[in-house]
Design a binder for this molecule. Structure first.
Ligand code: PMP
Length: 453
């Protein structure tokens, strides 16, 4: 019989999979190390178990003890699995920018979760660095993991992930690309690979708002570079001891938007449903494409699974709110989705101007399509009626047909926002969308502005 003694026995030996369409512009074999296949769905299972076992050996963690860590979620998951099997209590201190899914998942595997604000300096007593350190001193029989500075973090990757990649590529790997947070993954794997073959190039993926790239290139820790960003898992506002800059050849920075867009592309184009840092890694790889040639074997590591990001990068609304959806992908139907079942408000040709004004005021709108039995025959706009009324108060009793302008243009459901915005100008304040079921909806300048902001 072939079975693991417990869930920890299933960690490691994750698959290496060729990337195809998403890297079609790269002239090299690109292979993805899918760390999502670990039981906690991330690379962090490896180092979590290693850190715990080394702490046990060093007498830092004693039976029945409490493990405390400031974690963005994945390390927490790995620690939780090991804590269950080995009988420890776990407290995870997490920053409020992490996805709700990550927090719920940690609670599901028995961890206590304490949420701290992101927008404070690491030294601030409310930061998750400070809170986790304080809890560790206050809680009896506890051990503070400190994945940033704990050498067992990168050692796990030196002992496991590095050798796996070397063996899976039969030593043919030429480049390794990976997102950098604590630095454990890049430093452990980078050290192992460079020992095997010093010509292998190791590239780190950094975010805007993080200090790594500049620090690596200039040795300067520049606080001006630090601001809060959206990308999860990579980039730092500190230099963790686990980042071994001597094994890293270079960094490239990827924007929050690109990271999010490429996370989605990876799922749609390759069927690989991974987390945010995988998208950043792929985009970073494409940014580095001039470094790769035909015979190269490039390995990129994907840290965690997409399920933790369904409310974020995989959610259209979340993406749109941040301006991460490319505007050409937003179409007429998206713009009217929220009021699609509300009847279109119109005015008839024979109604009077004051009817039109009343209807706009009652419904808090600024324009109306004008209809007769044949359909849409004109339009009226708040500012035109306003001018008309103040020039001639009698005009309120004029039939709408005498003052109306050209009808609003009609577009199809799949017309792009770019095409629609070209139709809206100072002479024309809206367009109508043909819903192809006999109904129409209106798109105004405000709807466009709300969609692109
Ligand atoms: N991606 C994700 C999703 C992560 O959780 C982490 C860990 N912070 C990383 C990348 C970076 O890995 P490391 O900490 O080993 O540098």
């Amino acid at each position: 019989m072939n079975y693991a003694q417990n869930i920890l026995g299933t960690i490691g030996n994750t698959p290496l999979v060729k990337l195809n369409s998403i890297v079609k512009d790269i002239d090299a074999l690109v292979l993805a190390k899918l760390e999502t296949f670990n039981p906690g769905n991330s690379a962090k299972d490896r180092m979590a178990v290693k850190m715990i076992e080394d702490a046990e050996k060093q007498g830092l963690l004693k039976p029945g003890g409490t493990i405390i860590e400031g974690t963005s979620g994945n390390t927490g998951m790995g620690l939780a699995l090991a804590a269950i099997i080995k009988g420890y209590k776990l407290i995870c201190v997490i920053s409020d920018k992490q996805s709700k899914e990550k927090m719920d998942i940690l609670r599901a595997v028995g961890s206590e979760v304490i949420v701290c604000p992101t927008d404070v300096e690491p030294e601030n007593p409310r930061s998750y660095y400070s809170v986790s350190k304080r809890l560790a001193t206050e809680t009896p029989n506890s051990w503070y993991v400190n994945q940033y500075d704990n050498p067992s973090n990168s050692l796990a990757h030196y002992e496991q992930t590095g050798p796996e990649i070397w063996e899976q590529t039969k030593g043919k790997i030429t480049h390794f690309v990976v997102g950098v947070g604590t630095g454990g993954t890049i430093s452990g794997i980078g050290k192992y690979l460079k020992e095997k073959n010093p010509n292998i190039k190791i590239w780190g993926i950094d975010t805007y708002g993080s200090v790594f790239k500049k620090y690596h290139e200039t040795g300067i820790f520049d606080p001006n570079e630090i601001y809060s960003y959206i990308t999860e898992g990579i980039g730092e506002d500190i230099i963790p001891k686990n980042v071994d800059f001597s094994v890293i050849d270079g960094f490239t920075k990827v924007t929050d938007k690109d990271g999010a867009v490429y996370t989605r592309k990876l799922a749609k184009e390759e069927g690989i449903f991974c987390g945010n840092s995988a998208g950043s890694a792929v985009k970073g790889l494409l940014q580095l494409k001039e470094h790769f040639t035909k015979d190269d074997v490039v390995v990129v590591l994907f840290h965690d699974h997409g399920s933790r990001y369904v409310g974020k990068m995989y959610n259209d609304e979340w993406m749109r709110e941040r301006g991460f959806l490319d505007s050409e992908k937003v179409v007429a139907l998206d713009l009217v989705k929220e009021h699609i079942n509300a009847p279109l408000i119109t005015v008839k040709t024979e109604e009077l101007v004051f009817h039109a004004i009343d209807r706009m005021r009652a419904n808090d709108i600024s324009q109306l399509p004008v209809v007769d039995v044949t359909g849409f025959v004109g339009s009226v706009d708040e500012s035109d009626l306003f001018k008309l009324y103040f020039n001639d108060k009698e005009s309120a009793s004029t039939p709408v047909k005498n003052v109306m302008s050209e009808p609003f243009p009609i577009v199809k459901k799949n017309t792009s926002i770019d095409a629609i915005s070209k139709l809206i100008n100072k002479d024309n304040s809206a367009v109508l969308v043909d819903l192809e079921d006999g109904n129409y909806q209106i798109i105004t300048k405000n709807d466009i502005i709300n969609a692109i902001q």
